[in-house]
Structures are given as structure tokens and as C-alpha cells.
Write a protein that binds this ligand. Structure first.
Ligand SMILES: NC(=O)c1ccc[n+]([C@@H]2O[C@H](COP(=O)([O-])OP(=O)(O)OC[C@H]3O[C@@H](n4cnc5c(N)ncnc54)[C@H](OP(=O)(O)O)[C@@H]3O)[C@@H](O)[C@H]2O)c1
Length: 256
């Protein structure tokens, strides 16, 4: 995620001289320096020098990292955290008082500059902090602002969402193979159908039901397929699955 954001920022026109990266493994740090021409510094130096700190470590690593940088962090800096389930109040409690924290739920299409990110403000954030976080994330993603209490739902819908789409794509490819199509042909048909349908949804702004009804002739092929999906309770299962993801996000965010 961190590398996706770094490369997106550079593609969007930020200068490598204005960016610093930190690392845990030496070889990984060197790779980033060679690939992007950015300066490699320690966490402590980054915390001392940077106006904005982006934290892209796994949730289980964040407490140790915050303890390491806390002595250098000061009010006026902006800390943007991508760590799933880690609340702004947890981050604020490990840093000096008054530090602005923005929490982000990104998703992996950020790797191809088509991400969807939701951001929430911490206790010491003003609008300028949110705008700064939005400007950074817009390099790779669409961005919406949500109250922090909605972030578990966002995690379940868009954070986890790409996996649901991949799951449907897998199922459609398998179906094509069952119907006798070569796997490569089935894959090409399904992937482009998903890309095209997503673009149609976004570019027309039409409701999905309207688009679906447009391709559903009375007693036709789509009607036959949708009837089977309804009999299989696929819609109800999606609701239950997304609720399960939301509940799991809640559990991970508040370990007992
Ligand atoms: N919604 C989503 O789809 C989504 C997707 C991805 C990520 N996220 C969130 O984004 C964050 C990053 O996830 P990821 O999948 O990109 O994880 P990742 O591939 O494991 O990347 C984390 C990076 O942080 C480095 N790191 C760990 N501790 C460090 C420390 N103390 N100092 C400097 N660097 C350190 C790791 O170094 P090493 O390589 O040496 O271990 C690794 O390169 C996570 O918190 C995750 O919750 C959300």
C-alpha cells in the first residue's frame, strides 16, 4: 500500500526531493531508493523532518512504530494512517497532545490509480488536514470523508470489496469453462465484461437496476439467469457476507 501511494504521488507530479521513505528491511529500502529516487531515512528522522507522516505498516506493527517516533512528533504535524482497524484515538494516545491524525481505509485498486479511499478525522484535525490527506490520496484513489464510526462498514464494502469482485469473476470464468470455452477465452470475456460494466456504471451514473433492466428482455436469457440467482438467495448472501466482514472489522479493531 505504501509503495502504491509513493508511486502514485510521483506519477501525479510530486517531486522525489519532497518525499522520504523509511524501511524495516535494508534491501527493501534500497529497492525503493533505486526505483523511485527518493531519500531513505530512519523513522525517527522522518518524524523529525516531515510535515506529513504516512503510516503504512500492518496494524500489529503500529504500536511499536508510534512508540519509536513519538519523541520526535509535534503538534502541527499531520499523521495519516492506513492501518485497518486502528482508531484515531489509539494513535493520538501514543503521540504528543495536539497532533492531527487522519485515518484512511484504502483498497488495492490504488495500485492502478483506481482506488477507493474513505478518510476520517481525529480529534485535533481541521479541514486543512483533511484536504491535505485528500490531496495525497487522490494520486491513486477517489476519496470520500466519513465519520470514523462508519469505517468498519467502509472496510466491509470497499476495503474488502475487490475480493468480492474477484470471487464473482472466478465463478463466471469457471462457468464459461463448464460451457466449453477455453479458459483463456473465458477469462478475457469475463474480465473485459467487468471492466466495461464498471465503466458504464461510473460514466452514465445510472442506477444498476436500470442498466440491468435494459439488458433484460421478457423471457430472455438475462431473465433466466437472474431468476436462478434470486432462487439461490445470492442477494441475501451478499448482505450477510458484508455484515460478517463488518463484524470482523469491529472485532479486529477492539481486541479483548
Ligand atoms: N483495504 C485494503 O485493501 C488494504 C489493503 C492493504 C493494506 N491496507 C492497510 O494498509 C497497511 C499496509 O498494508 P500492506 O498490505 O501494504 O502491508 P505490507 O505489504 O506488509 O507493508 C507494510 C510495510 O511496512 C514496513 N514496516 C513494518 N514495520 C516497520 C517499521 N517499524 N518501520 C518501517 N517500516 C516498517 C514493512 O517492512 P518489511 O517489508 O520489512 O516487513 C512493509 O514493507 C496495513 O495497515 C493495512 O491494514 C488496507
Amino acid at each position: 500500500m505504501g509503495e502504491a501511494l509513493l508511486s502514485g504521488l510521483l506519477r501525479a507530479g510530486r517531486r522525489a526531493e519532497d518525499l522520504m521513505v523509511t524501511r524495516r528491511r535494508a534491501d527493501r529500502g534500497q529497492e525503493l531508493v533505486e526505483r523511485y529516487g527518493v531519500e531513505l531515512v530512519s523513522n525517527v528522522v522522518a518524524a523529525r523532518k516531515a510535515d506529513t507522516l504516512i503510516i503504512a505498516v500492518k496494524p500489529q506493527d503500529i504500536a511499536g512504530l508510534l512508540d519509536e517516533i513519538a519523541p520526535e512528533v509535534r503538534a502541527g504535524q499531520l499523521v495519516v494512517s492506513l492501518a485497518a482497524g486502528v482508531t484515531t484515538s489509539f494513535i493520538e494516545s501514543r503521540l504528543p497532545d495536539g497532533v492531527a491524525v487522519v485515518r484512511v481505509m484504502p483498497n488495492t485498486p490504488a495500485l492502478v490509480d483506481e482506488g477507493m479511499a474513505a478518510i476520517s478525522r481525529g480529534a485535533h484535525c481541521d479541514d486543512s488536514h483533511l484536504e491535505e490527506a485528500e490531496n495525497l490520496l487522490r494520486a491513486t484513489s477517489h476519496v470520500v470523508r466519513v465519520p470514523e464510526k462508519q469505517l468498519d462498514a467502509v472496510t466491509a464494502v470497499s476495503g474488502t470489496g475487490p475480493a468480492y469482485v474477484f470471487y464473482i469473476v472466478e465463478a463466471m470464468i469457471e462457468a464459461g469453462v463448464h460451457l466449453g470455452l477455453p479458459r483463456s477465452t473465458a477469462t478475457e470475456l469475463v474480465v473485459q465484461t467487468v471492466v466495461g460494466s464498471a465503466k458504464l456504471l461510473r460514466d452514465t451514473g445510472e442506477h444498476p437496476t436500470v442498466l440491468r433492466e435494459r439488458v433484460t428482455s421478457p423471457a430472455g436469457t438475462t431473465a433466466a439467469a437472474v431468476r436462478r440467482l434470486e432462487e439461490g438467495r445470492v442477494r441475501a448472501d451478499f448482505l450477510a457476507a458484508i455484515e460478517a466482514a463488518r463484524d470482523r472489522a469491529r472485532e479486529l479493531g477492539s481486541p479483548s
